[in-house]
Every structure is written in C-alpha cells, then in structure tokens.
Design a protein around this ligand. Structure first.
Ligand SMILES: [Zn+2]
Length: 433
C-alpha cells in the first residue's frame, strides 16, 4: 500500500462506501476478499483539471459525462474536478445547477469549480451562494480577451479578496494577454513562455497581497515555473499544477505531419522545459499533475489544419494520466512512488477541499482504491482507449504499469481491465469542512 506518506504491507477493510480499517485484517471479518499480492494499492486518483462536454466554438469537447468518467475510471481516476460554464449573464449558482444536472450520468465522483466570466460587485455575493452549494473554488483566465473570458487584474484582485474571506481557492490560467497573438493559434510563437512568466508573477503578487490561496493551472515552461517559485518564496500562498503533455512531449510534435492535432493552450514547450518541470516534481515544488483533458476528434481539428486561429485547443489525457506519470516518473526514477501518490491524490484533494474523503487511504475516507500492476508493459493505441476521440498524443508510447482494478465508494468500477461500473454511481463531492 502506497500513500503520500508511507509504503507498507497492509490490508484494507471496506464496509459500505467507507474504509473502516487499514492494517491487519482477519479474512474472517470479510464477506469478500481480494488478493492483491504482487500489486500496489493506491488511494483513488483525482484528476483536478478536466473539461467534459465543454462548449467550444459551436462544438463540444469530445467526451461527455458518460464517456469521460468511464475513460477516467479505466485509468484509475476515481474523482474528477471539472468547471461550470461561465457566462457574463448567468449567475454562479445557476451555472452550477446546470452543470450538476449534466454530470449526473458520471460513474465516478466529481466536483466543480465556478468559472468566473464577467466580474461585478454582485459576484461577491454569488461566491458565498455557491459556497452554500458546496463549491468554494473559482476559475479565472488572464487571457482570452478575444472571447470575453479574461478577468482584468483589478477584478481578479476584488474576487480574490472575497474568496480569501470565504476560505476558498482561486484557480488561474496564467498567460498575459498583451503578450499573446490570438491570430497565431495555440502555438509557441503566438503564446510564448514570457506570457506565462509575466502572468504568474502578477497573479503571485495579488495572491500575496490578498492572502487568497491560489492554484496556478497547467504550468508549461521553465520561465513560468521560476516565476511561481519566486512568488512562493516571497510569501504568496500558491499551489501549482503541470500536465503530462508538458512533461512527456516537446515542441518537435508540431513538425509532424499531424502536428496541428497537438494544439493545446498553453502550447507544448522545449525539451529543456519538460526537464525543468520534472526537476520541480522531484522536489515536491508542485501540488498536482492533472490532464486538462479536452479531447477533439481528428475531424474537429481538421478545420484548423491550415488556419491556426480556427484550431480547437485541447488534448486528451484522463485515461492515461496515472500510467504516464508512473511509467515516465516512477519507473524511470524521476519521482518516488509516494510523490506519485501526492501529485495524483493527496495534493489535488487538499487543494480543492476534498480531504479527508478523497486523496487518502485511511479509516473514515471514501473507499476509493486502485490496485496497480507495477510491472505490466503495454503500448498506447488510441483505438483501444475508452475516450471518445480517435487521437492520442501518446500513440505508440510503451508504458510500464497500469491499473488492474478500481473501486469508487465501495463499488468496483473496473476489474481485470473491464468496466463493471454503473452510470450515475458517481456523486458530487462538496467542499469539505
Ligand atoms: Zn483547462
């Protein structure tokens, strides 16, 4: 059994939806026993950043709340964090209610952040209303003024003051809009690392001044990482996330004949940037590794093959996140097994108020478990994955380690690699405490 704190040989006793004992358990105490010899037991993994059924320029991201959570379960994810769909004319509680309805078919647990599009003084009151509904985390963009999603710094500061008062967390997409060329599409020349560096520095100053816990989404570059570390050193209450595509890929993917399929924001950087992000992971400088899962089919991206400004931006990852991080991180000695659990369970659960229900393997927590074969070797093929997209950025990659069985609140959702879950088993997890 591996947690963020320790590795021990132990039994786990599950009753109903909860873990009731970790340690030595007599098999006579149980109606059913599962022999996990040779396997690792991890707490259920939390993907802190997904976009299921996200409306994008007249279409939607390819996975909805049926296919997305099912794909996630196959990878060992037992809880995901998505977002409401913000709109200047829609109140935060209304947006949350709509999204809660949409998410009902999910087979694994979930929570939401309220996406803040359009700030006004009334929003401060709405922040407290959605807190009553169980949501205390909020999403902001420093970029995308072209689609009206950008929050100017003055508004961000006011919002962060309210969130600080509430005891919540702000999650910020950091790219300085003035340093981005929206006509250039989601590529490095149009969205350079300096844009990330400047935005993280600015948001870091606001976090320090307001005292608002702030989670920097998808740090992609060494320059962004350094700005994040410097802000923390000066006392900003920052948490940081990176994603598998920034760790495992580099900008040579854009030279491939299908390079347009790798469109994602922020874009994929140079190999040195990936190395620097691994260095930070190995020192526990970040909080979570999440996917920013936002898949599109080949046909969706075809429209932008020769017109970068029209390219939908986003990559799939939710089904592969644990295997990619285990194979490239743990098996290659870049991070420890405990750090692996920290980035996929404890860290994201702590950042978004899911502790102690999620993120731990301990008495009283939800019975979310992953039985993991650390020696399994397999090759990524998009056609055998369960997501609703025909493209994987990791196609052909050989991986070590994969989940064998996955449990969500006491019920198996995957066994022997087969889906045995139920639509609708997933439940909304409100902010704890
Ligand atoms: Zn995102």
């Amino acid at each position: 059994m591996v947690t963020a704190r320790r590795t021990v040989q132990a039994d786990v006793l599950v009753r109903g939806e909860k873990i009731v004992r970790v340690g030595k358990v007599s098999p006579r105490k149980a109606d059913e026993t599962v022999n996990a010899r040779g396997l690792l037991i991890f707490p259920g993994f939390v993907d802190a950043h997904v976009h299921f059924a996200l409306p994008v320029g007249g279409t939607r991201s390819a996975d909805d709340f049926r296919t997305g959570p099912r794909a996630a379960a196959h990878g060992g994810i037992t809880c995901f964090l998505d977002f409401t769909v913000g709109h200047p004319e829609v109140s935060l509680p209304n947006a949350l209610e709509r999204r809660l309805k949409e998410a009902q078919p999910a087979c694994i647990d979930y929570s939401f952040r309220a996406e803040m599009i359009g700030w006004s003084p009334e929003r401060a009151g709405e922040i407290f209303q959605v807190a009553e509904m169980g949501v205390r985390s909020f999403k902001f963009y420093t970029t995308y003024s072209d689609s009206g999603r950008r929050t100017p710094l003055g508004h961000l500061r006011a919002a962060m003051e309210a969130i600080r008062e509430l005891g919540g967390v702000a999650m910020v997409h950091c790219e300085a809009d003035e340093l981005v060329d929206p006509g250039g599409g989601p590529f490095p020349a149009a969205r350079p690392p300096i844009a990330e560096e400047v935005a993280i520095a600015e948001v870091g100053i606001l976090a320090r001044e307001t005292g608002c816990p702030t989670y920097i989404a998808h740090i992609s570059s060494a320059r962004g990482l350094i700005a994040y570390l410097e802000a923390k050193r000066k006392g900003a209450p920052l948490m940081g996330e990176t994603c598998p595509h920034y760790l495992l890929l580099d900008n040579r993917v854009y030279m491939r004949p299908n390079g347009h399929l790798f469109s994602v924001t922020p874009p994929i950087r140079e190999a040195e940037d990936a190395e620097t992000l691994w260095w930070a992971l190995g020192r526990k400088f970040l909080t979570a590794v999440s996917t920013d899962h936002c898949p599109f089919a080949n046909s969706h991206k075809e429209v932008g093959r020769n017109d970068p400004a029209k390219l939908p931006s986003g990559l799939p990852g939710v089904e592969l996140l644990p295997a990619l991080l285990f194979s490239e991180g743990v098996a290659k000695g870049k991070i420890s097994p405990r750090q692996f659990v920290y980035y996929l369970s404890d860290g994201p659960a702590r950042a978004f108020g899911l502790l102690p229900r999620k993120g731990k393997l301990a008495r009283g927590g939800d019975a979310d478990l992953v039985l993991w074969d650390p020696h399994a070797r397999w090759t990524v093929e998009a056609r055998t994955l369960h997501m609703n997209a025909d493209f994987s950025p990791y196609e052909g990659m050989e991986l070590q380690g994969r989940p064998v069985a996955v449990m969500v609140r006491g019920r198996w959702v995957v066994r022997e690699g087969e889906f045995v879950g139920t639509e609708g088993h997933g439940a909304f997890v409100p902010w704890q405490g």
